[in-house]
Design a protein around this ligand. Structure first.
Ligand code: 16G
Ligand code: MG
Length: 534
């Protein structure tokens, strides 16, 4: 690394003076026009992370479910997981540096603090469909190159595809995009072999994002075994991206996505978000939406896995493999009760954000994690996979589980792999949406956001279910909850927006709405919220 060259490169990517980037729940995000310096510096960072770990790292230019004018970066560890949390501090420090001198000073500090060896690393880069992608990928590549490392441009990919590719690459396994489709498609075919195709096809809302083209490749490979009709697939120049469509829109607005008012009533539909790392299912009843959210997908995945595990030979039942379902406080209480009482499986609660759920899921032989918003996947322990290989071809359930291991993206939640997971689970049970819906009935819930002067005044504990500060807020929430039948409520500062989020659920819609409003008023009163009280 030559300091003069590095400084020269840094001076090409000036941070706008007013811009204060901050690493949110899953990376940086802002209006694309101010992001070049941040993305350049993330290139620097991931090159250093590659040097530190002696492995390939990754960077995706995307702003996920957010408007097309936004962009952002998601950073990928050699394992395919999200950036090590200890390094988020460095990401923030680098992004905040005022000028080239400052940036170089942070780099030197990081080299020393982390004892990073000098050399040349490799960083894989990808992007979604946003028009700002080109400029920003160039900035990322310039950052990697400025560290004397090698940027590999992998082009247009979903976020989970790049996570998968990085993971495979470091495991010295086939890691090209072709291999990704191969793993998912063959895994699915093996898992559903011998089962009947579902009566009618699936209709998918692709959010006009990168998932459209990629899911089409998968669907073509699987046809006629899996009939899928893709809608909201435009996306050229980012047209219509996440606009009145996509998993986030459905989950937050509880409305049908654009272009779905003519699908047959009751037809099986799914919705991805803009970078295809979230998935929800849904169906239309007239103009109403019935949502099958991440909680319901987790329950279905648990049923699938537990059913197969039960079929393993008796020798395997003596010390059964552990199964755990990881949720956040946003999980509908009815789903949690179903998992605990009916499935008799362990539920673990973590704070919001994939990195927290993923870490908890790793503690089980089969760790199933999903956020209600549709982010999630299934992880399989090395011990389980090894045992399945030992059981080998003789054992049909072992074969089915190994197919699942191939089909599921274990690096990160992946809407494409998720579609296959749901379709396979339904097929193996011979179920339609009716049976899936009948497993349990969601408690009515309501989410609100409260604008506050400084969201960091709200601090939480116990996986965001309790408020630690401001003083008195938790008592007010407790009082409001006590007054609501089957009430449950919590608040947390958003990691991505300048708001405090409120969640409430209760036995009736009216009670959930009332509870949410009461809690929002309590937040307002104790934090001196901005704007009129809700
Ligand atoms: C990010 C997270 C998502 C979380 C959301 C919460 C990842 C990959 N994404 O989108 O998991 O649910 O933030 O947003 O971790 P909030 O903090 O604004 O509520
Ligand atoms: Mg996303």
């Amino acid at each position: 690394m030559d300091l003069a060259t590095l400084k020269e490169a840094c001076s090409q990517y000036k941070k706008p003076t007013e811009f204060k980037p901050s690493y949110g729940t899953a990376g940086f995000r802002a209006d694309a026009s101010v992001l070049s310096s941040t993305v350049f510096r993330c290139g620097l960072l991931m090159a250093m992370r590659a040097l530190k770990t002696g492995s390939v790292t990754g960077l995706v230019v995307t702003a996920s479910h957010n408007p097309v004018e936004d962009n952002g970066v998601k950073l990928v560890e050699p394992t395919g997981y999200m950036l090590d949390q200890a390094w988020e501090v460095w990401a923030n420090k680098l992004a905040a540096a005022d000028d080239a001198d400052d940036t170089c000073a942070v780099i030197q500090e990081l080299f020393q603090a982390e004892d990073i060896p000098y050399g040349s690393g490799t960083v894989m880069l990808a992007h979604d469909t946003r028009p700002s992608a080109d400029t920003l990928v160039k900035a990322a590549a310039a950052g990697v190159a400025a560290m004397g490392s090698l940027p590999i441009a992998c082009g247009l990919l979903t976020t989970p595809q790049l996570h998968w590719m990085v993971r495979q690459c470091n495991a010295r396994l086939k890691h090209k995009e072709k291999a990704y489709f191969e793993a998912l498609a063959t895994g699915y075919a093996r898992l559903v072999s011998g089962t009947q195709a579902l009566g009618e096809g699936l209709v998918v809302d692709c959010a006009n994002g990168v998932g459209a083209a990629k899911l089409q490749v998968l669907a073509d490979r699987l046809a006629p075994g899996m009939a899928a009709e893709l809608r909201n697939t435009d996306g050229a120049e980012g047209r219509g991206l996440n606009e009145s469509c996509g998993a986030d829109f459905l989950q937050k607005e509880r409305r049908l996505p654009a272009g779905f008012h003519d699908v047959p009533d009751g037809a099986r539909c799914a919705s991805l978000d803009g970078d295809a790392d979230r998935l929800v299912y849904f169906r239309r009843h007239g103009s109403e939406l019935e949502l099958f959210d991440g909680d319901r997908i987790a329950v279905l995945a648990a049923l699938l896995v537990m059913n197969i595990l039960k079929m393993l030979p008796a020798t395997e039942q003596q010390a059964p493999f552990t199964v755990g379902i990881v949720q956040t406080a946003y999980a509908n209480g009815a789903s949690t009760a179903y998992i605990k009482e009916r499935l008799r499986a362990e539920v673990r609660l973590t704070p919001t954000g994939v990195k927290h759920l993923h870490a908890a899921a790793e503690e089980f032989d089969v760790g199933i994690y999903f956020e209600a918003n549709g982010h999630g996947t299934v992880l399989f322990s090395a011990a389980l996979v090894q045992r399945l290989h030992e059981l080998g071809d003789e054992s049909a359930p072992a074969k089915a589980l190994l197919a699942l291991v191939d089909m599921v993206n274990q690096a990160v939640g992946d809407a494409l792999s998720g579609v296959l997971l749901v379709e396979a689970a339904l097929r193996r049970k011979g179920w339609g949406l009716d049976q899936w819906a009948a497993l349990y009935t969601d408690l009515p819930s309501r989410q609100l956001k409260v604008k506050v002067a400084d969201r960091s005044v709200v601090a939480t504990s116990h996986a965001e279910t309790r408020v630690v500060s401001p003083a008195g807020l938790q008592l007010l929430i407790d009082d409001a909850v006590a007054a609501a039948p089957q009430g449950r409520a919590f608040v947390r500062p958003s990691g991505t927006e300048d708001v405090v989020r409120v969640y409430a659920e209760a036995a009736s819609r009216a009670a959930a709405d009332d509870l949410a409003r009461a809690v929002a008023r309590a937040v307002h009163a104790t934090t001196a919220g901005v704007g009129p009280p809700p």
